[in-house]
Design a protein around this ligand. Structure first.
Ligand code: RB5
Length: 146
């Protein structure tokens, strides 16, 4: 079991299947998860679930979140409206790594209709394993919410 805060995860219907697979993957690795929904493949508005996750990260209830929709685009747009949220839509491992190293991304956004399972797992693992570099990058991200 990993220590620290659980990761909050949310999706819409278009990424429900991938979210369920990610939950199994991460739970098997010892991560604790809070599932903010959606909890079925019935059609929903991604905005509702994006807001739930982004708000929880914005107020510091969770330090990391994962959001998924069909493309990841809608979820990124929603999440990045929230103060303190730095949501990164990633479709490759390099982007996932850099979003942590340089941007201290605190929400990872994935497209359920874009990524295969294995690539999604690799992106998530890289994102979780990579630490923020700080230094000049800290000074830069501090100006985002100013
Ligand atoms: C749902 O059909 C789709 O629009 C949604 O999952 C997402 O891709 C929006 O950006």
């Amino acid at each position: 079991m990993k220590t620290g805060k659980p990761i909050i995860i949310g999706c819409d219907h278009a990424a429900y299947e991938l979210k369920e697979k990610i939950k199994v993957y991460l739970t098997d690795k010892g991560y604790r998860l809070e599932d903010a929904g959606t909890k079925s493949q019935a059609s929903v508005n991604y905005v509702d679930f994006g807001k739930k996750v982004a708000r929880a990260v914005s107020i510091g209830q969770y330090s990391k979140g994962i959001l998924l929709c069909g493309t990841g685009l809608g979820m990124s747009m929603v999440a990045n409206r929230f103060v303190n949220v730095r949501a990164a839509l990633c479709s490759d491992v390099f982007g996932a790594k850099m979003s942590r190293l340089h941007n201290d991304a605190n929400i990872l956004v994935l497209g359920g209709r874009v990524l295969g399972d294995i690539l999604a797992f690799e992106i998530i693992q890289t994102w979780l394993d990579t630490m923020f570099e700080g230094g000049r990058h800290l000074e830069r991200i501090q100006t985002i919410d100013n």
